[in-house]
Design a binder for this molecule. Sequence first.
Ligand SMILES: [Fe+2]
Length: 201
Amino acid sequence: MMSKVLDRILEEDVKEEINHGVRVSNLAYHVAKTLGLYENICRELAVAGMLHDIGKLKVAGYLYGRMEDTLDVEEMRYVRMHSRLGYEILMREDYSDFIIESVLYHHENFDGSGYPENLQAEDIPIGARILRVCDVYAALTSDRPYRKAFDEKTAVELMIDEVKNFDMRVFLAFQKTIHEVELAHSWGMPDIEVRIEEETT
Ligand SMILES: [Fe+2]
Protein backbone atom coordinates (compact mmCIF):
# COMPACT_ATOMS: atom_id res chain seq x y z
CA MET A 1 0.00 0.00 0.00
CA MET A 2 1.30 3.40 -0.92
CA SER A 3 2.15 5.59 2.06
CA LYS A 4 0.55 8.99 2.53
CA VAL A 5 3.99 10.62 2.25
CA LEU A 6 4.63 8.97 -1.10
CA ASP A 7 1.17 9.97 -2.30
CA ARG A 8 1.96 13.53 -1.39
CA ILE A 9 5.32 13.48 -3.18
CA LEU A 10 3.79 11.97 -6.32
CA GLU A 11 0.98 14.50 -6.35
CA GLU A 12 3.44 17.35 -6.07
CA ASP A 13 5.67 15.94 -8.81
CA VAL A 14 2.83 15.26 -11.23
CA LYS A 15 1.40 18.70 -10.56
CA GLU A 16 4.83 20.22 -11.19
CA GLU A 17 5.24 18.30 -14.46
CA ILE A 18 1.83 19.41 -15.71
CA ASN A 19 2.41 23.02 -14.74
CA HIS A 20 5.82 22.91 -16.40
CA GLY A 21 4.26 21.51 -19.58
CA VAL A 22 1.65 24.27 -19.66
CA ARG A 23 4.24 27.00 -19.17
CA VAL A 24 6.58 25.63 -21.84
CA SER A 25 3.61 25.21 -24.17
CA ASN A 26 2.40 28.80 -23.78
CA LEU A 27 5.84 30.30 -23.99
CA ALA A 28 6.90 28.21 -27.01
CA TYR A 29 3.73 29.23 -28.83
CA HIS A 30 4.47 32.93 -28.30
CA VAL A 31 8.16 32.64 -29.17
CA ALA A 32 7.19 30.88 -32.40
CA LYS A 33 4.77 33.74 -33.12
CA THR A 34 7.52 36.29 -32.46
CA LEU A 35 9.74 34.42 -34.91
CA GLY A 36 6.99 34.76 -37.51
CA LEU A 37 6.24 31.05 -37.90
CA TYR A 38 2.89 30.04 -39.40
CA GLU A 39 -0.03 29.77 -36.99
CA ASN A 40 -0.40 26.01 -37.52
CA ILE A 41 3.27 25.50 -36.66
CA CYS A 42 2.91 27.68 -33.52
CA ARG A 43 -0.01 25.50 -32.45
CA GLU A 44 1.88 22.30 -33.11
CA LEU A 45 4.70 23.66 -30.99
CA ALA A 46 2.22 24.38 -28.19
CA VAL A 47 1.29 20.69 -28.29
CA ALA A 48 4.95 19.66 -28.32
CA GLY A 49 5.57 21.97 -25.35
CA MET A 50 2.88 20.24 -23.35
CA LEU A 51 4.21 16.79 -24.23
CA HIS A 52 7.98 17.35 -24.37
CA ASP A 53 8.80 15.47 -21.18
CA ILE A 54 6.25 12.68 -21.58
CA GLY A 55 9.12 10.18 -21.73
CA LYS A 56 9.77 10.95 -18.07
CA LEU A 57 6.77 8.78 -17.26
CA LYS A 58 9.03 5.85 -18.09
CA VAL A 59 11.94 7.01 -15.95
CA ALA A 60 9.74 8.28 -13.12
CA GLY A 61 11.41 6.16 -10.46
CA TYR A 62 14.62 8.11 -10.90
CA LEU A 63 13.03 11.50 -10.97
CA TYR A 64 10.10 11.85 -8.65
CA GLY A 65 10.44 12.68 -5.02
CA ARG A 66 14.05 13.82 -5.39
CA MET A 67 15.21 16.39 -2.90
CA GLU A 68 18.30 17.46 -4.82
CA ASP A 69 19.17 18.04 -8.46
CA THR A 70 22.31 15.93 -8.65
CA LEU A 71 22.19 12.53 -10.28
CA ASP A 72 24.98 9.98 -10.42
CA VAL A 73 26.36 8.91 -13.79
CA GLU A 74 24.16 5.85 -14.11
CA GLU A 75 21.01 7.78 -13.17
CA MET A 76 21.96 10.53 -15.57
CA ARG A 77 22.37 8.05 -18.41
CA TYR A 78 18.93 6.66 -17.68
CA VAL A 79 17.22 10.03 -17.33
CA ARG A 80 18.78 11.16 -20.62
CA MET A 81 16.74 8.48 -22.33
CA HIS A 82 13.52 10.42 -21.69
CA SER A 83 13.55 12.40 -24.92
CA ARG A 84 13.86 9.26 -27.05
CA LEU A 85 11.26 7.47 -24.93
CA GLY A 86 8.91 10.42 -25.43
CA TYR A 87 9.53 10.24 -29.17
CA GLU A 88 8.68 6.53 -29.17
CA ILE A 89 5.45 7.11 -27.23
CA LEU A 90 4.32 9.85 -29.63
CA MET A 91 5.30 7.84 -32.73
CA ARG A 92 2.73 5.27 -31.71
CA GLU A 93 0.06 7.95 -31.36
CA ASP A 94 0.22 9.43 -34.84
CA TYR A 95 1.46 12.91 -33.91
CA SER A 96 2.99 15.00 -36.69
CA ASP A 97 6.68 14.73 -37.60
CA PHE A 98 7.14 18.32 -36.42
CA ILE A 99 5.84 17.52 -32.92
CA ILE A 100 7.71 14.23 -32.68
CA GLU A 101 11.03 15.76 -33.76
CA SER A 102 10.60 18.74 -31.43
CA VAL A 103 10.21 16.30 -28.51
CA LEU A 104 13.06 14.01 -29.61
CA TYR A 105 15.57 16.86 -29.86
CA HIS A 106 14.45 19.20 -27.06
CA HIS A 107 17.73 18.56 -25.16
CA GLU A 108 20.04 19.18 -28.09
CA ASN A 109 22.32 22.18 -27.59
CA PHE A 110 23.18 24.59 -30.39
CA ASP A 111 26.92 23.91 -29.93
CA GLY A 112 26.44 20.13 -30.28
CA SER A 113 26.86 19.28 -26.60
CA GLY A 114 23.28 18.07 -26.05
CA TYR A 115 21.51 14.72 -26.43
CA PRO A 116 20.43 12.27 -27.78
CA GLU A 117 22.38 12.78 -31.04
CA ASN A 118 24.73 15.72 -30.41
CA LEU A 119 23.09 17.62 -33.26
CA GLN A 120 24.43 21.10 -33.94
CA ALA A 121 23.03 24.44 -35.03
CA GLU A 122 20.50 24.26 -37.91
CA ASP A 123 20.64 20.46 -37.88
CA ILE A 124 18.45 20.74 -34.79
CA PRO A 125 14.83 21.21 -35.90
CA ILE A 126 13.52 24.72 -35.20
CA GLY A 127 10.76 23.41 -32.90
CA ALA A 128 13.35 21.72 -30.69
CA ARG A 129 15.53 24.85 -30.63
CA ILE A 130 12.54 26.85 -29.38
CA LEU A 131 11.57 24.23 -26.79
CA ARG A 132 15.16 24.15 -25.48
CA VAL A 133 15.05 27.84 -24.56
CA CYS A 134 11.50 27.76 -23.14
CA ASP A 135 12.14 24.58 -21.15
CA VAL A 136 15.21 26.01 -19.41
CA TYR A 137 13.49 29.29 -18.61
CA ALA A 138 10.33 27.63 -17.27
CA ALA A 139 12.46 25.34 -15.08
CA LEU A 140 14.58 28.19 -13.67
CA THR A 141 11.53 30.31 -12.85
CA SER A 142 9.74 27.49 -10.99
CA ASP A 143 10.18 26.38 -7.39
CA ARG A 144 11.97 23.08 -6.97
CA PRO A 145 12.02 20.94 -3.81
CA TYR A 146 15.71 21.90 -3.38
CA ARG A 147 15.56 25.61 -4.36
CA LYS A 148 13.22 28.54 -4.80
CA ALA A 149 12.36 29.87 -8.25
CA PHE A 150 14.76 32.40 -9.73
CA ASP A 151 13.21 35.74 -10.65
CA GLU A 152 12.89 36.49 -14.36
CA LYS A 153 15.94 38.75 -14.55
CA THR A 154 18.23 36.25 -12.78
CA ALA A 155 16.90 33.41 -14.93
CA VAL A 156 17.77 35.32 -18.12
CA GLU A 157 21.24 36.13 -16.75
CA LEU A 158 21.86 32.46 -15.99
CA MET A 159 20.77 31.60 -19.51
CA ILE A 160 23.12 34.19 -21.00
CA ASP A 161 25.97 32.41 -19.19
CA GLU A 162 24.95 29.25 -21.05
CA VAL A 163 24.00 30.91 -24.31
CA LYS A 164 26.15 28.48 -26.32
CA ASN A 165 23.27 26.04 -25.77
CA PHE A 166 20.78 28.18 -27.64
CA ASP A 167 20.07 29.42 -31.13
CA MET A 168 20.75 33.15 -30.75
CA ARG A 169 17.89 34.11 -33.07
CA VAL A 170 15.50 32.05 -30.93
CA PHE A 171 17.01 33.40 -27.72
CA LEU A 172 16.49 37.00 -28.86
CA ALA A 173 12.90 36.25 -29.86
CA PHE A 174 12.39 34.65 -26.46
CA GLN A 175 13.74 37.74 -24.66
CA LYS A 176 11.46 39.97 -26.72
CA THR A 177 8.53 37.69 -25.94
CA ILE A 178 8.93 37.66 -22.17
CA HIS A 179 9.15 41.43 -22.14
CA GLU A 180 5.80 41.84 -23.80
CA VAL A 181 3.55 43.01 -21.01
CA GLU A 182 0.30 41.41 -22.06
CA LEU A 183 1.95 38.04 -21.90
CA ALA A 184 2.91 38.36 -18.26
CA HIS A 185 -0.44 37.03 -17.08
CA SER A 186 -1.14 34.48 -19.76
CA TRP A 187 1.58 32.08 -18.86
CA GLY A 188 1.80 32.43 -15.11
CA MET A 189 1.58 29.30 -13.04
CA PRO A 190 -1.90 27.85 -13.45
CA ASP A 191 -3.43 26.43 -10.32
CA ILE A 192 -3.76 22.81 -11.33
CA GLU A 193 -4.68 20.34 -8.64
CA VAL A 194 -3.71 16.70 -9.02
CA ARG A 195 -5.02 13.83 -6.95
CA ILE A 196 -3.47 10.40 -7.25
CA GLU A 197 -5.88 7.68 -6.25
CA GLU A 198 -4.67 4.31 -5.13
CA GLU A 199 -5.69 1.57 -7.50
CA THR A 200 -8.12 -0.87 -5.96
CA THR A 201 -7.69 -4.41 -7.18
FE1 LIG B 1 13.22 17.12 -20.99
